[in-house]
Design a protein around this ligand. Structure first.
Ligand SMILES: Cc1cc2nc3c(=O)[nH]c(=O)nc-3n(C[C@H](O)[C@H](O)[C@H](O)COP(=O)(O)O)c2cc1C
Length: 509
């Protein structure tokens, strides 16, 4: 029996927590039945169920407390939630006949998929494809979307995505040589089963958020434009009352007698480009992240124009904030992409270690100082030595922890030095700047190196466009010497920009 099983058997709180959350979701779902459809309490419970649905799985994975019972409970909770929402919402809305037929068709496709899986692999199967996840997300968002963009566009968007993902799943179940529940899409090339463990990537996280926003906004815009196209008076998406505001605009006789031109504009500006951006983001292309960010700003501008044309309303205001979220995640994704591609490849530095009398010492959290150190060692043939912090410096938590050391100008404990500094004629010390001063691990290193280094020069990396001669002076004081030269490198967003020789008299301190 392994450790996880032991924990499960002993019923420690960590194992029980996800199941408790799932039970709360079941209770929340049952309460939905007693609410007024689309009321504030309805949406509050709906949101609660959605959040707990994500939370229980996430906590279970984090605590390594996944269990068959947990998975079963999760499925029961999903089922109760679906029935409760259908029970509450369906009597309050009138579905057109074509919507019911379409839903029936999708259900039939799903049944054929289940039967295919049973015949081919001897088990019922539901693939975790991106299409299926998007369908789930849209299904979950549909009550909110109904309120925002109207019933017809919501059904069109949901129906299109659900049909495509059902067809994709069916095709996969036909062609897969063996059952691969984690297959991401039809175009993946069948490599998902034995993928190596993914490393923590902030870019990947931001990219996933971007995909959500691009699909959400893109599908919403396409659905809205189809709604306007089907009924050019705007009645399909509840915009008919706004037509008079358009009819007083310049060129209104030509463009704004109905919603045909706005429909085309919406499709071309917010619909199609967002879907293209989502595709590029799925392909992990940096251009997708940039496009997503630009489209977020475009959406905000679009909404600002709407604010000028007609009075502020709930839908426009919501989409302004969606645009803001999309722009911010786009910016974050581009920054993280640049940071993660700012890597050092040791094979590109063949001269390092050829001069036994020179040493380059560095501490680096994000890789900027590492790159500067490699380049310095490549130039002179010096050996490299990395100072490693004995405290957490990575990730967001690590950033705040470093900030604490920076604020109080403390020395951060480092791993024991494993190099004889006195054996070198010259040492280059490379350090990032933290809170306008020397980085805390290098402060500790300098303390320990006092009296052991004969001559030294410094390389300082920082984000702001400034010189940090104070850090050079602090290193001098700690080491008990006077540096021969100091270089200051500005490294904004994954690039080395300005390399400047640091002169104490004109440095910004
Ligand atoms: C806690 C902390 C504080 C920072 N404070 C400053 C600062 O005051 N001024 C600045 O220009 N950069 C500051 N930075 C940014 C780093 O100096 C800059 O990103 C540096 O190039 C990072 O080097 P590294 O990738 O080798 O860790 C700070 C970074 C951290 C983690």
């Amino acid at each position: 029996m392994n450790g996880d099983q032991n924990r499960r058997r002993s019923g420690q709180p960590s194992t029980q927590l996800p199941n408790c959350i799932t039970l709360c979701r079941i209770a929340g779902a049952v309460l939905i039945v007693f609410t007024e459809p689309f009321s504030v309490i309805f949406f509050a419970l709906y949101l609660f169920c959605g959040i707990t649905d994500v939370l229980d799985g996430w906590i279970a994975r984090r605590l390594r407390a996944e269990s068959d019972f947990g998975a079963l409970l999760d499925s029961i909770a999903d089922f109760v939630f679906l029935i409760a929402v259908a029970w509450t919402v369906l009597p309050a809305i009138s579905l057109a006949r074509w919507m019911i037929w379409w839903a029936g068709g999708i259900a039939a496709l799903r049944f054929i998929s289940l039967a295919t899986a049973l015949c081919r692999f001897g088990t019922f199967a539901w693939l975790h494809t991106i299409g299926n996840k998007c369908t789930g997300l849209l299904l979950f968002s549909s009550p909110v979307l109904c309120r925002l963009i109207g019933m017809t566009p919501t059904v069109l968007a949901l129906g299109a995505v659900a049909t495509l993902s059902a067809l994709e799943e069916l095709a996969l179940l036909f062609i897969l040589p063996q059952l691969d529940r984690d297959r991401k899409s039809f175009f993946e090339g069948g490599k998902s089963m034995k993928q190596p463990m993914k490393t923590h990537s902030r870019y990947d996280r931001a990219r996933k958020f971007q995909i959500f926003w691009s699909l959400f906004i893109g599908i919403g815009a396409v659905a809205g434009s189809i709604g306007m196209g089907i009924r050019p008076d705007g009645s399909a998406i509840g915009m008919d009352a706004l037509l008079p505001y358009f009819q007083v605009l310049p060129f209104s006789e030509l463009l704004f007698q109905n919603f045909i031109f706005p429909s085309i504009a919406l499709f071309c500006v917010n619909g199609l480009p967002n879907l293209i951006a989502a595709y590029l983001q799925l392909q992990k292309k940096k251009s997708g992240s940039i496009l997503g960010g630009v489209l977020g700003v475009t959406l905000m501008l679009w909404i600002c124009i709407q604010f000028v044309i007609f009075p502020a309303n709930f839908m426009s205001t919501s989409f302004f904030f969606f645009g803001l979220a999309q722009a911010l995640t786009g910016y974050a994704a581009v920054v993280f992409w640049k940071q993660e591609h700012f890597a050092v490849c040791p094979e590109n530095y063949p001269r390092i270690g050829t001069d036994p009398k020179r040493l380059v010492v560095y501490f680096s959290r994000m890789g900027y100082t590492r790159k500067a150190a490699f380049e310095a060692a490549q130039k002179t043939g010096a050996q490299l030595y990395e100072v490693k912090a004995a405290e957490r410096t990575t990730g967001t938590l690590g950033f705040w922890w470093c900030g604490r050391y920076g604020m109080h100008r403390l020395a951060m404990p480092i791993e024991p030095l494993s190099i004889d500094l006195a054996a070198f004629d010259h040492v280059t010390l490379c350090s990032p700047i933290w809170v306008f001063h020397l980085a805390a691990p290098m402060r500790q290193f300098c303390k320990q190196a006092r009296g052991k280094i004969k001559t030294a020069d410094y390389i300082l990396t920082h984000h702001m466009h400034a010189g940090f001669a104070n850090a050079a002076r602090e290193m001098d004081a700690l080491l008990g010497l006077k540096h021969s030269s100091a270089i200051s490198i500005t490294c904004p967003l994954g690039e080395e920009k300005d390399v400047a020789l640091l002169h104490e008299e004109n440095a910004i301190v």
